[in-house]
Design a protein around this ligand. Sequence first.
Ligand SMILES: O=P(O)(O)OC[C@H]1O[C@H](OP(=O)(O)OP(=O)(O)O)[C@H](O)[C@@H]1O
Ligand SMILES: Nc1nc2[nH]cnc2c(=O)[nH]1
Length: 187
Amino acid sequence: MASADPLKRVQLHDKEFVPFLTHEDIHERVKQLGQELHHRLAGSQPTYLVMLKGAFVFAADLIRHSRLNGEVDFVRTSSYHGTETEGKIRMHLAPSPELVAGRDVVLIEDIVDSGYTMQAFLPELEALNPKSITLVTLLHKPESQVVPVNIDLVGFVIPPHFVVGYGLDYNGLGRQLPAIYQLAQDF
Ligand SMILES: O=P(O)(O)OC[C@H]1O[C@H](OP(=O)(O)OP(=O)(O)O)[C@H](O)[C@@H]1O
Ligand SMILES: Nc1nc2[nH]cnc2c(=O)[nH]1
């Protein structure tokens, strides 16, 4: 895996980020994930369920590389903050039940970090009776994970540092960056 040019740091709000995964690294891996999805779901017309906002860039590339004739739907959640409410999510945009019931669902996430989002969302998705769920995440931070999550496909296993770019933000900024960057103060 090539590392990004260490000279090209980016500033977002008050924080500086250093290159971590190049656009080429990401492109190559997303292509592989798309091919793997094609192989696993050959003959199916899946529903691609995209977790907003962070997964929208990854999903656009993954869906095209998977070359499956499926439909697309979007979900938006946010987590409650505070120790007593951790693990609960607020549903801002729920999946369309008719696009889940009896369908092969490809759930597309940008990152599994603590695991709380998926731990809370997966039972809600299962309650809509999909035929199957394939959870694909571009990034996974196993060292930060607090609760177990069954992930089917992972793009990159990464260390426990905050990352931005390729859809992921820091306080709203950085989603447009083609590469992925890590918080500089962690180094
Ligand atoms: O495993 P966890 O610790 O729960 O973290 C993962 C979640 O965090 C991010 O969403 P975020 O709440 O930042 O919203 P966004 O996608 O709209 O930026 C990401 O898109 C995941 O959904
Ligand atoms: N942008 C961003 N969002 C996250 N949500 C959970 N972990 C992360 C992370 O490392 N970066």
